[in-house]
Ligand binder design. Structure first.
Ligand code: NAD
Ligand code: ZN
Ligand code: ZN
Length: 392
């Protein structure tokens, strides 16, 4: 089959690889009808995340049709079922899964010991991510093997286009969780850093959850316009001081809720080392690229919440923990517990409360993947979200 394969820093190729096969009785194979490129894939593309090997198949936002089911997965899946695949592989049985903390499933990361040793932390097994998260082949491909498939899926009905359902795999629940964990009150101002696909879903979620006011921050005009269309007031961080403007909009008190939908991208353009160096150098707010976490900590209203869906790795220095402590801020973060939210979110899509396809700017065949990684990373051609179609 054809798949997008990681071959090194900024080197993704569309190559022929062996078709996946059932390896365990809980597996299923899906024929991918649509898949997307995510901001998290860019951390691998830029090689900020360690643990990649040449030949790894990329992708963790996929959906399609079940074409083969292992014996133990047949209790909940059959050939022909239409499914969206969450980016987190979940066993459904461990203590964390039973509590709904799916992104820290204790069973599915087969390289858990390596991650624990290297970083002192681990996650569930993730599709198309590093070997530290299990090294599972991803779904930017014609076919995908889904381990623990009896629990790792979201069944979706026929007759609804892929585009409305695909983002249940990641960015819609990610934006939703980022907003839910802010515990939004009707009088709250919610400020969101980053208007990429995750930021866009976060804006819509904060509006749906009843925030009085949503403020979205980025520098790219097309992304700011999309956030504005979703109900946000916008700030262009290249044109004005984010902290000053946020204070001005909130009578000097700051937003009650602050969300970082940026992650690693804001801090570096090189390697993990340079992220660390930048963070060390950047002691004040007045740096060339504002440091999102520091801005949030300084500007957030006392007793407020900092929600961090943005992905971080390694060490970050010069975090004003004194501000967090003395203002009594709450920090909520994590990989998304996708399946915790998807029954509710699927209903909201089917009831037309939201159509997540609004973020799509590019729909291309799988073979254009390598070029699309570059377009998405460099924010060229008005690119906000890329969907790839293996059959196109
Ligand atoms: P993206 O790269 O398309 O978007 C990031 C946006 O942040 C860009 O529009 C960029 O211009 C903007 N930005 C950069 N510096 C900024 C600054 N200083 N202030 C304000 N905005 C700034 O990526 P995305 O797909 O939207 O993903 C965003 C983050 O969410 C990534 O770190 C990704 O890894 C993470 N993510 C996390 C989860 C999770 O489970 N927690 C899931 C999906 C994605
Ligand atoms: Zn993702
Ligand atoms: Zn589990």
């Amino acid at each position: 089959m054809k798949a997008l394969v990681w071959q090194g820093t900024t080197d993704i190729r569309c190559e022929s690889v062996p078709d996946p096969a059932i390896e365990h009785e809980r597996d299923a194979i899906i024929k991918v009808t649509s898949c997307a490129i995510c901001g998290s894939d860019l951390h691998l593309y830029d090689h900020f995340m360690p643990g990649m090997k040449a030949g790894d198949v990329m992708g963790h936002e996929s959906m399609g049709e079940v074409v083969e089911v292992g014996a133990a997965a047949r209790k909940s899946l059959k050939v022909g079922d239409r499914v969206v695949i969450p980016f987190t592989i979940i066993c459904g049985e461990c203590e964390q899964c039973r509590r709904g903390n799916f992104s820290v499933c204790e069973t599915t990361n087969r390289n858990k010991h390596l991650a624990d040793k290297a970083f002192g932390h681990t996650t569930a097994g993730l599709f198309g991510y590093t070997h530290l998260t299990g090294g599972y082949a991803g779904g930017q491909a014609e076919y995908l093997r889904v381990p623990f498939a009896d629990t790792t899926h979201i069944k979706v009905p026929e007759g609804v286009p892929d585009e409305k359902l695909l983002f249940l795999s990641d960015i819609f629940p990610t934006g939703w969780q980022a907003a839910v964990q802010c515990d939004i009150q009707p009088t709250d101002t919610v400020a969101i850093w980053g208007c990429g696909p995750v930021g866009q879903m976060t804006v819509r979620s904060a509006v749906l959850l009843g925030a009085e006011r949503v403020i979205a921050i980025d520098r790219l005009p097309e992304r700011l316009s999309m956030a504005k269309a979703g109900g946000a007031i916008t700030i262009n961080f290249e044109e004005e001081s984010v902290v000053e403007r946020l204070n001005e909009l909130t009578g000097g008190k700051g937003p009650e809720k602050c969300i970082d939908a940026v992650g690693l991208e804001a801090h570096a353009t090189g390697s993990v080392d340079s992220i660390y160096d930048r963070a060390k150098q950047a002691m004040m707010l007045e740096t060339d690229r504002p440091h999102v976490l520091r801005e949030m900590m300084y500007v957030c209203r006392p007793a407020g919440v900092l929600s961090i869906p943005g992905v971080y790795g390694g060490l970050l220095d010069k975090i004003p923990l004194g501000a967090v402590m003395n203002k009594g801020l709450t920090i909520r973060t994590g990989q998304t517990h996708v399946n915790r939210w998807t029954d509710d979110l699927l209903n909201r899509v089917l009831e037309n409360q939201i159509d997540p396809s609004f973020v799509i700017t590019h729909t291309e065949p799988l073979g254009s993947g390598p070029e699309m990684y570059k377009t998405f990373r460099d924010k060229q051609d008005g690119c906000i979200k890329v969907v790839l179609k293996p059959a196109m």
